[in-house]
Design a protein around this ligand. Structure first.
Ligand SMILES: C[S@@+](CC[C@H](N)C(=O)[O-])C[C@H]1O[C@@H](n2cnc3c(N)ncnc32)[C@H](O)[C@@H]1O
Length: 301
């Protein structure tokens, strides 16, 4: 068997998906890359429990908050090239999957142009991780043969939103909370029913997850207070499966002392859906628990 692993080669950058927030959704490949990293450049949406898998590594937060404080993509690219050129084992850790609205291609292009070797470790996207974890199926035999996904961030014009609305089947919108009024108006103008069911999931897979079932017509009203709903996924035409049963401790936070975090009881509680947290003296706020910042800058992530 070939034991060569490029993540152990100094000067390699691994572009790694961290999943939507719940450490249970991290891949084994991601955990392995973290355990070998000299430096981790991570997004804001990456949970502290996941960063702890790289105890030896220098951590650099290069997070971008929509409309808020951010590290520009140009600076992130430059940091990746610099760290790779220093011969360090670099992990670039991104929320969800790096290639789904993650600007992963721009980072790889910068590395390619600088001649730095890289690899990609895909992650569970919030597309399937958040929706599936809340009991929403993207496809179902006999119901829909596909679905559409688009970004509602600023660059997407209202005309484009209306064209997406033509897709035959459910539609999932990322970064669409601030565009709820545009989405509802353009979808209805394109012929979708105002009564069509919509499920919104904010901070999915975290202790502060919110799930709401509404309709296209009432979506703008639901999301009027955008700060309550960031980040969120909007699923048009998909509802929770009837057979879905939440785990008994879903949505709860268990505070335990440091040592039992890896113990049997903590594992059992995790399996039942609880989030395990440290006592307050060591607590690091979960990044997804921050309230949405006020608009100060226009650039989209
Ligand atoms: C810049 S995109 C990154 C998506 C990421 N690459 C992925 O594959 O999930 C950020 C958007 O992903 C969605 N998102 C990410 N994490 C989420 C979560 N835990 N719950 C709900 N939506 C989430 C939201 O639409 C958010 O605005």
């Amino acid at each position: 068997m070939n034991n060569f692993d490029p993540t152990t080669e100094p000067g390699t950058v691994s572009l790694v998906g961290a999943g939507p927030g719940d450490p249970d959704l991290l891949t084994l490949g991601a955990a392995r890359a973290l355990s070998r990293a000299d430096v981790v450049l991570h997004d804001n949406l990456v949970c502290p429990d996941i960063l702890e898998l790289a105890p030896q590594a220098e951590k650099i937060n290069v997070g971008k908050l929509p409309f808020g404080e951010f590290t520009s993509q140009r600076v992130i690219n430059a940091l990746l090239v610099r760290e790779g050129s220093l011969g360090r084992n670099v992990v670039r850790l991104k929320g969800g999957d790096p290639f789904l609205f993650g600007r992963g291609t721009e980072e790889l292009e910068a590395l390619h142009n600088a001649g730095i070797p890289f690899r990609v470790i895909p992650g569970v996207s919030s597309l399937n991780g958040v929706l599936g974890g809340a009991g929403l199926a993207l496809t179902a035999r006999g119901r829909n043969h596909g679905f559409a996904v688009f970004s509602g961030a600023g660059q997407t014009s209202n005309d484009e939103i209306r064209r997406w609305a033509d897709a035959p089947g459910p539609i999932v919108v990322f970064m669409g909370v601030h565009r709820a009024a545009d989405i509802a108006r353009e979808f209805i103008a394109a012929g979708r029913a105002a009564q069509e069911p919509v499920t919104v999931i904010a901070r999915g897979g975290t202790p502060r997850a919110l799930v709401a079932e509404t309709t296209l017509g009432t979506l703008p009203e639901l999301l009027a207070e955008t700060g309550h709903w960031t980040p969120a996924i909007i699923a048009v035409g998909i509802v929770r499966e009837h057979a879905f049963v939440a785990r008994p401790l879903d949505g709860t936070v268990a505070v335990v002392e440091d040592k039992p975090l890896d113990g049997e009881l903590a594992d059992l509680m995790r399996a039942m859906g609880a989030h395990i947290a440290r006592p307050a003296r060591n607590a690091v706020p979960h990044p997804l628990s921050r309230e949405a910042p006020q608009p100060v800058k226009k650039e989209q992530p």
